[in-house]
Ligand binder design. Structure first.
Ligand SMILES: NC(=O)c1ccc[n+]([C@@H]2O[C@H](COP(=O)([O-])OP(=O)(O)OC[C@H]3O[C@@H](n4cnc5c(N)ncnc54)[C@H](O)[C@@H]3O)[C@@H](O)[C@H]2O)c1
Length: 326
């Protein structure tokens, strides 16, 4: 059974949700984060926190040994697509090289399981529904760096008898019902940007591209709630630990939702001045990408709790309200 879990990037959006759930589940959680895009206030009070870079081999090794870490969940990364295109070196260093340092630090320790946050951005553009066997051809530097990290993890885990779980997330949205944690960074996040608009005098919900070959002409994504993503981590970790197997799994609901549907839902949470605004297509946006999740659902017996657009929008708006007015 897993007991002592190290979460890299535990001061970030997704890492803080995974920490919250594992702590609720009575696990001992150790967070490593350099706070480059994370926030101290997102770190769970019951977690042990080390402010350090994952590329500090000596420090990481002693953290793993001192805390008897049996499982690592590696989320620390750089993840803004546009920034990656402008500064590929930063992305290869942080996402590829630093992952290599971390996984090497795990050898000759008690680490038995390693979960990695990968992304739908590793898949080739143009396939609507992708399974784990679909063609891999990342378009962005970010996607390329994540795929390179996947390969390093597979190679090193095999060599060191560590079970790996590579989780390819689709679009993560929402916040914890606890109200204590949520998404702070703006980046390029649709739900975050719309949630912030909701509280303006004249909210504008901008849609980039309305003439795509989809049902309503706007891009389609597979949005998944962050609390469900946290649940997936907990269950996958338990399972790989129990059966000593490794897996690559898509993480989504296998349901396409268009940007226009999202914008319309946000209108319901805004004042009467709110408007949807049509803007030209953005370079690099995928038209439609949905996760085939048969493998995930077969591997863990689970029922998502937030597989509903209204719940996802409501939870994002609630967190934003808390940011603005609490
Ligand atoms: N947010 C999404 O929709 C999404 C989708 C697919 C995959 N992912 C993956 O999920 C992971 C977490 O994403 P997030 O949305 O929580 O981002 P985030 O920026 O909120 O969290 C990343 C955390 O990692 C920390 N970090 C970065 N580099 C570090 C380093 N070298 N050493 C120590 N700490 C470091 C940051 O300070 C931050 O707290 C990433 O690996 C990302 O690629 C996210």
């Amino acid at each position: 059974m897993t007991k002592n879990i190290l979460i890299t990037g535990g001061a970030g959006y997704i890492g803080s949700h995974i920490s919250e759930l594992l702590i609720k589940d009575k696990k001992k959680v150790v967070v490593v984060d350099n706070l480059s895009t994370g926030y101290k206030r997102l770190i769970n009070k019951k977690a042990k926190f080390y402010k350090t870079n994952v590329n500090n081999f000596k420090k990481i090794k002693s953290i793993l040994i001192d805390n008897n870490i049996d499982s690592v969940i590696h989320l620390a990364a750089s993840l803004i697509i546009g920034e990656g295109e402008r500064n590929p070196k930063k992305y290869y260093k942080n996402n590829v090289f630093n992952t290599k340092v971390l996984i090497k630090a795990c050898s000759n320790t008690l680490v038995k399981n390693f979960i990695f946050s990968s992304t739908a951005a590793v898949y080739k553009d143009g396939n609507k529904k992708v399974s784990e066997k679909s063609k891999l051809k990342p378009k962005s530097i970010y996607g390329k760096s994540k795929l390179a990290a996947e390969k390093i993890i597979i190679r090193n885990c095999k060599r060191n008898n560590i079970n790996y779980g590579i989780l390819r997330y689709f679009n993560i949205v929402g916040s914890s019902p606890s109200g204590k944690i949520g998404l702070i960074n703006k980046g390029d996040h649709l739900f975050k940007n719309y949630s912030m608009e909701t509280f303006k005098k004249k909210p504008l919900f901008k849609i980039y591209g309305t003439n795509y070959s989809t049902n309503d002409g706007t891009c389609v994504r597979d949005f998944i709630h962050v609390s469900d993503i946290a649940e997936i981590h907990s269950r996958v970790l338990k399972k790989i630990d129990k059966i000593n197997k490794s897996k690559i799994l898509n993480c989504g609901y296998s349901k396409g939702i268009s940007v226009k549907e999202v914008a319309k839902k946000f209108l319901k949470y805004s004042n009467k001045n709110a408007k949807i605004v049509e803007a030209p297509r953005r370079k690099g946006d995928l038209v439609e990408i949905i996760a085939a999740t048969k493998n995930l659902n077969n591997f863990i017996q689970w029922k998502p709790k937030y597989n509903n657009l209204n719940k996802m929008v409501k939870s994002s708006v609630k967190w934003e309200k808390y940011q603005n007015f609490e």
